[in-house]
Design a protein around this ligand. Structure first.
Ligand code: AOF
Ligand code: ZN
Length: 372
């Protein structure tokens, strides 16, 4: 008789393996697999890189013993289609397991339950739903891209305890300390795009790259610049041939400016504007069409505020420094229209934990519950 505690134990192990694919497999899902029999692990694996063998195949290859009558724990329903690799369901059926336990169904419309049905038709016992919440959390960006063709949007900023991201004079160097800034730079290594407003380019001239570790993926730098104010001498533009740099502008932005940026190696995207502001939905649609799965909005406050006001964000990374800046005119983190009433404020059902980093704290949290 399978023990429910064993199921949870092995699935938890499979989830931990799956997470090792972060930054390496997107736009595919991170997936892990554990093969067990009589309470013992026979083999384990995960989806290691985009286009490479899926988790089940990786686990089977690392399995020295025969897998007959074993149980396969997979964090995602096995695929039943030929993509870059043959269907995992065929390999599973050939391995002759007694049971396959999946955490969640694959939201990919080509699969969505068909993989599980194929296994059942072959006489294998199939169960779904073990640690489903954890697995859904892990693949939430993949699921969003698959369902809505838009990337998972993370808002990031560094603030004082009183919620300011710059002083009344616009000074922000540095609110967060070296450790917090290093942590923020490392997160860039797993992302597909880093988005900033043109005001931030003009004020800070940022590089937006990850210089601490070799990034697993090189994030495209995205500037939202409706009128193309970004100067050719900006660091982003000068390095555009080395690191992909996209500038989004409105239909009416000057063509000479667009040409100058293109000549420097930037890619220009024209999107609709609303009251002079770029349509953020249109920007996300373009990024989603390019299969970008995780994007980070780094500021400034105006841009963060627009993402917040339009409820287009999925997650927050807030670095909180032990500082009090004060001042009515100091810039707030979400410098848009904001909520008129407290009951209209965005209230987090399950806020994530606060962690100590350097001299301050990091709050990483999702903004909505898992249903989406
Ligand atoms: C699995 N196990 O480890 C993963 C699955 O051919 P690909 O690699 O592009 O993948 C095709 C689809 O397989 C992908 O869109 C997703 O639905 C599923 N991913 N399936 O059985 C895995 N990564
Ligand atoms: Zn597969």
């Amino acid at each position: 008789m399978p023990d429910a505690r064993d199921d949870i134990f092995f699935m938890r192990r499979a989830l931990r393996l799956a997470a090792r694919g972060r930054g390496r497999v997107e736009p595919n899902p991170m997936v892990g697999c554990v093969i067990a029999r009589d309470g013992r692990i026979l083999g384990e694996g995960y989806h290691r890189k985009f286009g490479g063998p899926h988790a089940e195949i990786d686990a089977l290859r690392r399995c020295e013993l025969n897998t007959r009558a074993a149980t396969f724990y997979v964090t995602l329903e096995p695929c039943c289609v030929t993509g870059k690799t043959p269907p995992c369901t065929d390999a599973l059926i050939a391995a002759g397991p007694r049971r396959v336990v999946a955490a969640v169904r694959d939201p990919n419309p080509r699969i969505r339950g068909r993989g599980l049905r194929a296994l059942r038709r072959a006489g294998i016992r199939v169960e779904v739903g073990v640690l489903a919440r954890e697995a859904a959390d892990l693949i939430a960006p993949y699921a969003k891209l698959t369902r809505h063709k838009r990337p998972w949007v993370i808002l990031k900023w560094a603030q004082s305890i009183d919620g300011r991201i710059a002083t009344r004079c616009g000074d922000a160097r540095w609110i967060s300390d070296k450790d917090m800034r290093a942590h923020a730079q490392r997160t860039r290594a797993d992302l597909d795009a880093i988005i900033v407003g043109s005001g931030t380019v003009l004020a800070d001239d940022p590089a937006l790259t990850c210089r601490i570790i070799r990034p697993r993926r090189v994030a495209t730098r995205v500037v939202l610049d409706s009128r193309l104010r970004t100067p050719a001498r900006a660091r982003l533009v000068r390095t555009a041939r080395k690191v992909p740099t996209w500038v989004f502008c409105g239909g009416g932005a000057p063509r000479v400016r667009a040409r100058a940026l293109e000549q420097a190696g930037c890619v220009i995207h024209r999107v609709p504007t609303d009251d002079g502001n770029l349509s953020l939905a249109a920007v996300l649609d373009v990024l989603g069409q390019r299969d970008m799965t995780n994007v980070l909005v780094e500021g400034g406050g105006r841009l963060l505020g627009r993402f917040f006001d339009q409820r287009l964000a999925d997650e927050l990374h807030v670095y909180i420094a032990p500082l009090l800046i004060g001042g009515r005119d100091a810039v707030g983190a979400l410098d848009g229209l904001g909520s008129a009433r407290i009951r209209e404020a965005l209230s987090l059902e399950q806020p994530g934990p606060m962690r100590r980093i350097g001299s301050g704290w990091l709050l990483q949290t999702r903004l909505h519950s898992r249903s989406g």
